[in-house]
Design a protein around this ligand. Structure first.
Ligand SMILES: C[S@@+](CC[C@H](N)C(=O)[O-])C[C@H]1O[C@@H](n2cnc3c(N)ncnc32)[C@H](O)[C@@H]1O
Length: 266
């Protein structure tokens, strides 16, 4: 490896493994090519506006740019200067931008709307998962690609994975999110919920996304979903958020008019 790349990789916590240049990979575990294949991200993104939520090292953002995206915005709570993003951006002479922020403050008024929204490895870290998904819908005008930890067919009980079938085989189809008060999942206290596939499917439908592809493998769930035009389902039923929108939903999600904009348009 060139001294320049050695320097680039030094002092950064690398989570992602991505081919920076032929045969040279960032030294993380999360394989970018494998994950993007699993969620069915197209090989070419020409002309697309892409948002990468929870970007961390930024390798998914840079891969989107490599695939021809017209504009890429990476967003997350880590400063770009210490996460590896700024180092890679400068090495690659990339035009991708980084915004310090959270999924909870995605606002179409300030960042606009995106053709493709990526949200990998974030959902189970959210203490407010539906608020996160509702915000993804606010800024997504087309496709959502999402990857998450998933309970698969297991619940965590007394620190051990136990098959849901041992409680009841029907639980597999019940939408579930197991709440994790401390560090029950992988010893990591930043994990709040572990969903099953049905749980993610139902939350997406409620939030105005139609899942097109969902696969589970090795306790991870890979999703491709499309934004549905008009107000999301949770605002079309007699929910408190619908009936008392201005009191309940507006402080969290902004003006009601935003939901009327059609998918595929600004
Ligand atoms: C497991 S890492 C996944 C990083 C990257 N997306 C990937 O798949 O390699 C989880 C990321 O989600 C970020 N994150 C946690 N809470 C977040 C929030 N509220 N909004 C945006 N990102 C968040 C973390 O800071 C971290 O960068």
């Amino acid at each position: 490896m060139s001294p320049e790349l050695d320097q680039l990789f030094a002092g950064i916590e690398w989570h992602q493994r991505w081919e920076v240049e032929p045969g040279v990979f960032t030294p993380g575990q999360n394989d970018v090519a494998r994950l993007l294949k699993a969620v069915n991200l197209p090989e070419r993104l020409d002309g697309m506006r892409v948002l990468d939520v929870g970007a961390w090292n930024g390798c998914f953002s840079f891969e989107c740019e490599r695939r021809g995206a017209a504009e890429v915005l990476a967003l997350g709570p880590e400063p770009a200067e210490t996460s590896g993003f700024a180092h890679l951006k400068s090495y690659l002479h990339s035009h991708a931008d980084y915004r310090l922020g959270s999924v909870y403050d995605l606002d179409p008024e300030t960042i606009g709307r995106f053709d493709f929204v990526l949200c990998f490895g974030v959902l189970y870290h959210l203490r407010y998962p539906l608020l996160g998904i509702d915000n993804l819908r606010r800024v997504c005008r087309r496709d959502l690609f999402l990857e998450t930890s998933c309970m698969d067919n297991d619940l965590i009980l007394n620190g051990r994975a136990r098959s849901v079938a041992s409680f009841s085989p029907e639980l597999d189809e019940v939408p579930l999110l197991q709440f994790l008060r401390l560090d029950e999942l992988s010893g990591d206290p930043s994990n709040w919920f572990n969903p099953n596939r049905a749980g993610v499917r139902e939350m997406l439908l409620s939030a105005g996304f139609e899942p097109r592809h969902m696969t589970v493998g090795d306790r991870r769930l890979y999703v491709h979903a499309m934004a549905v035009s008009g107000e999301p389902e949770f605002l079309t039923i007699r929910s408190g958020e619908n009936v008392y929108y201005d009191v309940i939903a507006r402080p969290l999600l902004g003006d009601r008019g935003q939901w009327k904009s059609q998918v595929g348009s600004e």
